[in-house]
Write a new protein. Structure first.
Length: 277
């Protein structure tokens, strides 16, 4: 198996740092380097990113008014022109991208980030693709409800799913999101769980009045998917918040598969064809 060099971008959300990094020591053919924001914004510049095959985003940035101090936005949620240029160059280069859990929550005011994630996650109620939708619910993680335990079920055959054909059980944080985005991505794994408002907490960053009145239609059960933006193949996983996921050998296999696929010529060809649909 060829070696895949991975740049991990983190900061902005608490996580079990040592246990998280230990995952990569268990992965065959993976060399991982971690950089935190805002230093990551320098490493992600085109002249510095060349040694890496895949960028793994595990940061949370660009949340306006949240008091984040590590993303160089001065709490505005607006990325700097330099960082915009870096991410635009990243997807134009065709380099593989992996986003996990809270990385999909980042940059709600930046349309390009929504194009990259393909997610319908909403921090608060607002407009998404031309219609008003509620803020997304959440369960587990740092919230009042416990993590959910559920089965992840593969959707068809794909290199990311190699060795996981029977699916697997995981205990982790979940989000309740609208289903609209599914038509624009390639489903990889669904969760056997009741994605209904009664099983989730209101969006924690929404205004108090919105939280008190929050309701949400039954949501998507899609938890892992592939996407493409520019020339880049992308894999996204909503699950992956904490040690119960990190220590799950099947979850590690999922990430290992994703990283190797994202670095492959096959993935880049797929991204080109997927964008032409």
């Amino acid at each position: 198996m060829s070696q895949t060099n991975v740049l991990i971008v983190s900061k902005g959300h608490d996580y079990a740092h040592d246990t998280f990094l230990e995952m990569f020591t268990q992965m065959e053919g993976i060399t991982a380097t971690l950089v935190e924001q805002p230093a990551a914004q320098i490493i992600l510049q085109p002249q510095n990113i060349a040694p890496y095959d895949v960028v793994f985003f595990y940061d949370m940035c660009g949340i306006p008014g949240a008091g984040l101090l590590h993303d160089d936005t001065q709490d505005s949620g607006i990325p700097t022109p330099s960082y915009v240029a870096a991410i635009e160059a990243l997807v134009a280069s065709g380099k593989g991208i992996l986003l996990v859990n809270h990385a999909t929550v980042s940059w709600p005011l930046w349309p390009l980030w929504r194009q990259i994630t393909g997610s319908s996650f909403m921090l608060t109620a607002g407009e998404l693709e031309g219609k008003m939708v509620p803020g997304s619910g959440y369960r587990g993680g740092h919230g009042p409800l416990t993590n959910a335990t559920l089965a992840l079920v593969p959707q068809g055959h794909h290199p990311v799913l190699e060795g996981l054909e029977a699916g697997f059980e995981i205990t982790d944080e979940l989000y309740l999101k609208t289903q609209d985005y599914e038509a624009n991505v390639l489903p990889l794994m669904r969760g056997k769980y009741d994605f209904i408002a009664e099983n989730f907490s209101p969006p924690p960053m929404a205004p108090a009045e919105e939280q008190a009145q929050w309701s949400h239609a039954p949501g998507s059960d899609l938890l892992v998917w592939a996407n493409a933006c520019g020339k880049s193949p992308i894999v996204v996983s909503d699950v992956g918040d904490g040690p119960l996921a990190y220590n799950n050998s099947n979850y590690r296999r999922l990430l290992q598969n994703a990283l190797h696929w994202l670095a492959s010529a096959q993935a880049k060809d797929w991204a080109h064809q997927f964008k032409k649909r």
